[in-house]
Design a protein around this ligand. Structure first.
Ligand code: FE2
Ligand code: FE2
Length: 271
């Protein structure tokens, strides 16, 4: 479906102040790195263990599964960033999105190299594909920026920190630390742009975003609680942690929506 350039009750395009978004263009240019900067060959790609062959195989499958999910997420991020670049009507926002398309492409390049060194792809998360499709199919730019940059780019940052902490002294750790910084920029730029897009917007736009959040949340719950076969053996152990994180993510999202001036009383929190 063709996305509308902007919703009808917002500030006209020619009166918008894009300075806040342009700042992130400059920041992204300065923060740019290359896949060859990672410590390939100096440290192991993923954590190494001692133990029985079965234990080693199980651990390896677990890490392949972690890397596969991140590769999948960044492949989808390339598609979403490309679409944002294509439909953003503002010059400076378009300029910013050129850097986000490059970032997500470089992330994908790094994950592809890492999954190869870690022994190959594992199982894809079907719900992650569906969540990305929701963003790609959303009718307006406001909804896309809200879901992708305000929500997803923010919630992935603590995940990267967690993976980095559990994989000290590996290429994976180094990559996760870089991605936490890049996604901080993607989130910040999205917050800045969404503020511009929503300036002067009324109840109609608010409802659009709240409806988008309510369409996304049930699928997000499925995604948060999904376990690939390689991680089934830690499944029961981790379920309480998954539920707690899910609640943190949603509460964070509600707080961010509120900071954009959205009346979030109608968002249906998962139980
Ligand atoms: Fe990324
Ligand atoms: Fe990102």
């Amino acid at each position: 479906m063709e996305a509308e350039a902007h919703v009808e009750d917002a500030v006209p395009e020619e009166q918008r102040d894009l300075q806040g978004v342009y700042r992130y263009y400059e920041l992204a240019k300065r923060a740019e790195w290359q896949v060859r900067d990672l410590p390939w060959g100096d440290v192991p790609p993923i954590p190494e263990y001692k133990g029985s062959p079965q234990k080693l195989a199980r651990r390896r499958d677990l890490w392949r599964s972690v890397v596969t999910q991140q590769l999948q997420a960044d492949e989808l991020a390339v598609e979403m960033a490309t679409q944002l670049f294509a439909i953003a009507p503002d010059h400076d926002a378009k300029l910013y999105y050129t850097t986000m398309v490059q970032d997500e492409s470089r992330h994908t390049e790094a994950w592809l190299k890492l999954i190869h060194e870690a022994g190959g792809m594992a199982e894809r998360d079907p719900y992650l594909d569906q969540l990305a499709q929701q963003v790609l199919d959303a009718d307006t730019l406001e909804e896309k920026v809200f879901l992708m940059q305000v929500f997803y780019e923010r919630l992935i940052i603590p995940r990267f920190r967690l993976i980095a902490r559990s994989s000290r002294g590996t290429v994976l750790e180094d990559l996760c630390n870089r991605l936490a910084i890049d996604d901080g920029i993607h989130h910040g730029a999205g917050m800045a742009y969404e503020r511009v897009l929503l300036a002067g917007a009324g109840k109609k736009t608010q409802n659009l975003l709240i409806e988008a959040a309510n369409r996304m949340l049930p699928l997000f719950v499925d995604h948060a609680l999904w376990r690939p076969k390689a991680r089934e053996f830690v499944g029961q152990l981790m379920r309480d942690t998954d539920v707690r994180r899910l609640h943190e993510d949603v509460e964070n999202g509600v707080r961010l929506a509120r900071s954009l001036g959205l009346d979030v009383a109608d968002i249906q929190l998962p139980s």
